[in-house]
Design a binder for this molecule. Structure first.
Ligand code: FES
Ligand code: MG
Length: 580
């Protein structure tokens, strides 16, 4: 039995011999909990995003059981609770729409309950940022346990990657190079075990971000979901969180500015998802760390992408784990002096560098040497200009080198429905040099900023063998997707950004090296168009009622992390009033 000199939060519920203590304990005892469990043991919340509607997290009941064992072994008492589960594959209009909702659920569940520390069970894309955001606003001791990636997908005797295969195969069907039968036969083979997307999509990226931020144990990001070592990691995380509770090792001691800079550097090295730009900003905002888009340029640019995973490269997460996982990447970066803050503290009480300095690296094809990178400059490219005064992003490692410097005429789609109605029209005036522009898919406009930015190319160009074009929108893109795609244009069209008034035929200049995105229209013309837009804006339908109304009225733009304006900041875990 652990009795600590530190006053535990849970003692405010269970530690008094009076009416309130009676009530808090008595109802808990209906679960068959003996009285001694309430005598000062750390109470460890296991915040679970299990759901059968979130297939990537559907194995979390078993994984949480492993965490429980670890908590018991270390002398804590585990209490598991559910929170809103954001399943990327099923949720409409997009799982991003409910990321902030889930974060509110997490925050209030932690703060309102007798919890001394919390294990965050995360996996599918939005669950990782949502739980870190909520826990950060409470600033309690917390450790994240990811669900782990699926085993390699299999199709016709070869490996295929989650998501990436869908984008590739569906384009091949449209181009007529494979049959619809072949396409459909890939469906079951792509997702053949429990776990998250096995590409370096957003789930794997955010798992790597969590590990780089130091809020997980080493190797959390890459161990496959069904590997026995994933269960061991969950068990050890359960043990460790009890110590963190006793030490008062809260998130603000881990989520420092230094930790975020390490994560930004790591994102470049792994060829991580553009979604990380939004999620890291939102998490940082909750803990009070200032992060600007330019930090991605300053810290990330110039960093080689050395992890050769789809969608940028060849391999999948199973091979990444076999090659040494994120610790091997961190060691390689650190030995070259490319880890900005090796002394950053991590969840196990050691520094990032202490954790990885002896990490083995087994495969130079999967985790390449720095002088043989997949992409020499892999950092997320931040763009600004009269078309994106508050920024836009592009992922060079997923783009075509010859399009990173490009000038082309806009082919404009007013919204996703307009795009779908016209993209396959043989009469559409478009060629390989055109810039496909999609509006009204941003945070307010969609709403929820859906992953539609990597819009499929016109079938007539696909049939000619065109495989990439410059695309531009206020949307996001799946981390499993690829292409020369300008995303997160801010302000978005719906909020009156210049994107709203781009017209078909306008010239657009993209200059990734210079960080510039320019609409070749005079300032006077742009202002005149925006004035007309503002006058007609009332024609946009009102956003009704319910959560959608709250969302549209309070969501911040992409450069601010798409959090709700009223959720930014750390509010701590104090609740002075009892419930009776
Ligand atoms: Fe859940 Fe990719 S859809 S991780
Ligand atoms: Mg995704």
């Amino acid at each position: 039995m652990t009795s600590s000199p530190r006053k535990l939060r849970s003692a405010e519920w269970f530690g008094t011999v009076d009416k309130n203590g009676f009530m808090y304990r008595s109802w808990m005892k209906n679960q068959g909990i003996p009285d001694h469990e309430f005598q000062g043991k750390p109470i460890i919340g296991i915040c679970n995003t299990w759901s059968e509607l979130t297939p990537c997290n559907a194995h979390f009941r078993e994984l949480a059981e492993r965490v429980r064992r670890g908590v018991f072994e270390a002398g804590g008492y585990p209490v598991e609770f559910p929170v809103f589960s954001n399943g990327e594959s099923n949720l409409r209009p997009t799982a991003m729409f409910t990321r902030n909702l889930a974060s509110m659920d997490v925050e209030e569940a932690i703060r309102g309950n007798p919890i001394d520390a919390v294990v965050l069970m995360v996996g599918c894309d939005k669950t990782t940022p949502a739980l870190l955001m909520g826990a950060a606003s409470c600033d309690v001791p917390a450790i994240a346990v990811s669900g782990g990636p699926m085993l390699n997908g299999k199709h016709q005797g070869r490996n295929i990657g989650s998501g990436t295969a869908v984008w590739q195969l569906s384009e091949q069907v449209k181009a007529g190079t494979i049959s619809i039968h072949e396409f459909m036969s890939a469906e079951a083979g792509m997702s053949r075990s429990a776990g998250t997307c096995n590409t370096m999509g957003t789930a794997s990226t955010m798992a790597c971000m969590a590990e780089a931020l130091g809020v997980t144990l080493p190797h959390n990001a890459a161990i496959p979901a069904v590997d026995a070592r994933r269960s061991v990691l969950a068990h050890l995380s359960g043990m460790r969180i009890v110590e963190m509770a006793l030490q008062g090792l809260t998130l603000s001691k881990l989520l420092t500015r230094e930790a975020f800079e390490n994560a930004i550097r790591v994102n470049a090295a792994i060829g991580g998802s553009t979604n990380a730009v939004i999620h890291l900003k939102a998490i940082a905002g909750r803990i009070g760390v200032e992060l600007a888009l330019e930090d991605w340029t300053r810290v990330g640019r110039g960093t080689p992408t050395i992890v050769d995973l789809q969608p940028s490269g060849r391999f999948l997460m199973e091979e990444f784990h076999d090659a040494g996982g994120l610790p091997a990447v961190l060691r390689r970066l650190g030995e070259a002096g490319l880890l900005p803050h090796p002394d950053a503290l991590t969840a196990n009480g050691r520094t990032l560098w202490q954790n990885v300095q002896d990490a083995p690296l087994w495969n130079d094809e999967v985790i390449r040497p720095l002088d043989k990178p997949l992409v020499a400059d892999g950092g997320i490219c931040i763009l600004r200009g009269n078309l994106a005064p508050r920024g836009a992003v592009l992922k060079p490692s997923a783009a075509s080198a010859h399009l990173l410097q490009h000038r082309g005429r806009a082919v404009v789609f007013e919204n996703l429905e307009d795009y779908k109605a016209r993209i396959a029209d043989p009469a559409l005036e478009v060629d390989a040099d055109s810039v496909l522009v999609l509006k009204n898919c941003g945070p307010q406009g969609y709403p929820g900023m859906a992953e539609v930015g990597n819009m499929g190319l016109p079938p007539k160009l696909l049939a000619q063998g065109v495989t990439d074009m410059v695309r531009l929108s206020d949307a996001r893109m799946s981390g499993t997707a690829y292409g020369t795609v300008v995303l997160h244009v801010a302000p978005e069209a719906r909020a009156g950004g210049p994107l709203a008034v781009v017209q078909s035929g306008d010239w657009i200049a993209l200059d990734c090296a210079g960080g510039r995105l320019h609409l070749e229209v005079s300032d006077e013309e742009l202002q005149a168009r925006l004035a007309v837009w503002a006058e007609t804006r009332q024609a946009i339908p009102a956003d009704g009622s319910g959560y959608r109304k709250l969302y549209v009225e309070h969501v911040l733009q992409a450069d601010e992390g798409c959090d709700f304006d009223f959720l930014v900041g750390c509010r701590g875990a104090e609740v002075p009033r009892h419930s009776h």
